[in-house]
Design a protein around this ligand. Structure first.
Ligand SMILES: Cc1cc2nc3c(=O)[nH]c(=O)nc-3n(C[C@H](O)[C@H](O)[C@H](O)COP(=O)(O)O)c2cc1C
Length: 207
């Protein structure tokens, strides 16, 4: 396929070097390029520009956009930038390790910045509805010892829920779990599942 594909790549590992999740993210995007996809890539390291929500942020977010003062607009500036990146993308590639059974604090900070009522979800009588449309996501998760999909995996289900909450239901998860147990096998299995996901039943490459 030759359609333009706008990819937002988000990396959460605190390891700035050749972290496993970052390497797998690179391999996934390389695989997508192999399929002939015309990729436009924007990349964000979630360890940069980290901001936590606080009282001022909450007050600014609850104030109607046209009534916010300069301080409130400034307080939401990073969040607005992150939202602009999300809206721009057709496809999200999110890479993250498991930290203490959950997501790294940097990824949680990003999630808190982008889940905004009226922007990425809205409340209805039947519960919240996601406002992002037509997007998909590939999520890569690495762990040291915890098996993914086990009772101590508070990453996979949580990230699926967050994506669904903001309107992204087409989500694939690729895991290289238990890297401290058998790194070679885990890494190879992750590469294999990435290649299978972008190959159709006849062995042709798809995207
Ligand atoms: C702060 C910290 C907390 C971690 N917590 C867990 C954990 O709860 N369970 C687990 O299986 N591995 C845990 N790990 C191991 C990482 O998930 C594992 O090494 C992973 O492969 C790192 O991915 P990366 O190379 O992309 O950074 C932790 C690592 C760090 C640095």
């Amino acid at each position: 396929m030759n359609d333009k594909m706008r990819i937002l790549r988000l990396d959460a590992s605190a390891n700035p070097g050749e972290s496993t999740s970052r390497v797998l993210g690179g391999r996934l995007i390389a695989r997508l390029r192999q399929t002939g996809a015309d990729i436009e890539l924007r990349r964000r390291d979630l360890n940069q520009d980290v901001e936590f929500v606080d009282g001022d942020w909450i007050a600014a977010n609850l104030t109607a956009a046209d009534e916010r003062d300069a301080h409130q607009r400034e307080r939401l500036a990073l969040s607005d930038r992150l939202l602009e990146e999300l809206r721009w993308a057709d496809h999200i590639v999110l890479t993250t390790p498991m930290y203490n059974f959950g997501v790294p604090a940097t990824l949680k900070a990003w999630i808190d910045q982008v889940c905004r009522a009226g922007e990425t979800f809205r409340y209805t009588a039947n519960g919240p509805v996601g406002l992002l449309e037509g997007k998909s996501a590939d999520i890569i998760i690495t762990t040291g010892g915890a098996p993914l999909q086990s009772p101590v995996d508070f990453v996979s289900g949580y990230l699926r829920q967050i994506m669904s909450f903001i309107g992204i239901d087409r989500v694939q998860i690729f895991g290289a779990d238990r890297m401290n147990v058998d790194a070679e096998t885990s890494f190879a299995a992750a590469i294999d599942s990435i290649e299978k996901a972008y190959t159709d039943d006849d062995g042709r490459e798809v995207a």
